[in-house]
Design a protein around this ligand. Structure first.
Ligand code: 2M8
Length: 428
């Protein structure tokens, strides 16, 4: 299995980064690179650092780390929507490379810390020193520009920023975005030529994705006055859990590079407190996204709600409630799991076992929750989840996602973060 994972990562390596998939996602993606670096650190530590450093080379002057960095060597149409839709070159403060203008969950500081712990040598320390100011600027962008509600949490401005693009968590806020599926006849979707359309977001989803991109691009990706009219404004539990975990990781990196960890610890505590105040729902015992356009928590129970478990300072009461939710029939985490962890409540009437983030099992969300279970003292549950995830790859290979009942492989068959996180799980 280790060999399969290394071969997958080697085949997807592209001069200074790893593509998530040669067919579906042939450019560099932000949070993919973080997960990939965690796995590369096990087998090719030097590449782990190049992966992160190349991503941060595309950081914007305002500190945002773009969710896609386009490879200029690829033909027009290699991915949709490509650089012609984003037009980053027109925006002051954007890098020389073409990029998107969105961000993704900031799991990079954690990735850098884990990569260093795996190979704590002088190369790693030099890379940490180089990355530290960029990681701090990434957090500062999110804290200063994206705290739309002024409550200490980051607001995402597009479902793509969550990384769980078509999660049922976004159905309520997306329903308010005006768009017609018919506009897609003017475009050529690239994803559905490489994956079954029934396993991907719908045309109506894509029409809305494009409408939100256009709205953000037409304001030159400025975050000023977003509350006044941007069509999608949501506080996501996973994004904010990653935002808090990043401050915990930065506190440890600060010690290694000779900076003061105190401000990072203070910020981490404030983020956990804001998550508890704004996104924890005591009635359901889980975290729910908040739609800032209605100021209401969305009701769908998705795997996003479990991810604040990665925060070491989550109080016992809420951590215990999340463990109960994880172990419920909705998610089925157990010492011996009979089925893989889904991305959505498997008892919900609109659970879709084949469609992308609306049910299938993914290794990155499982990896985060396993980490959270270990952090909060549940090694047997963490071991059960680990075995289940390794079993998925043993049965189907390094697929992008897996059928949450049968474990059949779905999406891209040679997907980088599956390979990378498998390497980390095998080493754990
Ligand atoms: C998926 O998202 C992209 C858009 O960013 C797409 O569907 O084309 C998501 O799974 C996202 O989390 C991931 O980072 C990206 C590349 O693997 O693909």
């Amino acid at each position: 299995m280790r060999r399969l994972a290394v071969d997958t990562l080697d085949a997807n390596w592209e001069h200074d980064h790893t593509v998530p998939s040669r067919t579906l996602y042939p450019h560099q993606w932000s949070w993919d690179s973080a997960f990939i670096a965690i796995g590369l650190a096990q087998v090719r530590p030097e590449r782990a650092w190049r992966e992160l450093v190349s991503l941060f080379r595309a950081q914007w002057a305002d500190g945002r780390v773009p969710h896609i960095v386009f490879n200029p060597a690829l033909r027009v149409g290699a991915y949709f929507p490509g650089p012609e839709m984003w037009r980053s070159a027109d925006v002051p403060g954007a890098p020389t490379a073409d990029t998107s203008g969105l961000v993704q969950p900031p799991v990079h500081a954690l990735a850098a810390l884990l990569a260093y712990r795996r190979a704590p040598d002088s190369t790693g320390l030099a890379a940490l020193r180089r990355l530290y100011p960029a990681l701090v600027a990434q957090q500062r962008y999110l804290a200063d520009r994206r705290d739309v509600a002024g409550d200490g949490l980051v607001c995402i401005v597009h479902p793509w920023e969550s990384g769980l693009d078509n999660s049922p968590a976004w159905d309520e806020p997306m329903a308010a975005v005006p768009a017609e599926a018919a506009v897609m006849s003017a475009y050529r979707r690239h994803d559905t030529t490489h994956a079954d359309a029934a396993h991907r977001p719908t045309d109506l989803d894509y029409a809305r994705y494009l409408a939100i991109v256009a709205a953000y691009r037409d304001r030159c990706y400025s975050d000023r006055d977003l509350a006044a009219g941007h069509p999608f404004l949501v506080e996501c539990p996973l994004f904010n859990a990653a935002f808090g975990a990043a401050e915990h990781a930065l506190a440890e990196i600060a010690v290694l590079v000779g900076d003061d960890p105190g401000p990072h610890r203070a910020r981490a505590a404030r983020i956990t407190e804001a998550l508890l105040r704004r996104l924890y729902d005591p009635d359901t015992g889980t975290f729910q996204p908040r739609d800032l356009r209605t100021d209401r928590l969305v009701s769908a129970r998705t795997v996003l709600g479990l991810t604040p478990l990665i925060l070491p300072d989550l109080p016992t009461r809420q951590a215990d409630a999340l463990v109960v939710e994880a172990g419920s029939a909705r998610f089925g985490v157990a010492r011996r799991m009979d089925r893989p962890l889904p991305t959505y409540d498997r008892t919900a009437p609109d659970f879709e076992p084949l469609r992308y983030w609306r049910g299938p099992s993914w290794l990155n969300t499982g990896w985060l929750i396993r980490r959270g279970l270990l952090t909060h003292g549940h090694p047997e549950l963490a071991a059960g989840l680990r075995r289940s995830m390794i079993g998925l790859v043993a049965g189907a290979g390094c697929h992008e996602y897996f059928h949450p009942d049968t474990g059949a492989g779905l999406g891209s068959p040679a997907f980088s973060w599956t390979a990378a996180l498998l390497l980390d799980l095998l080493a754990a």
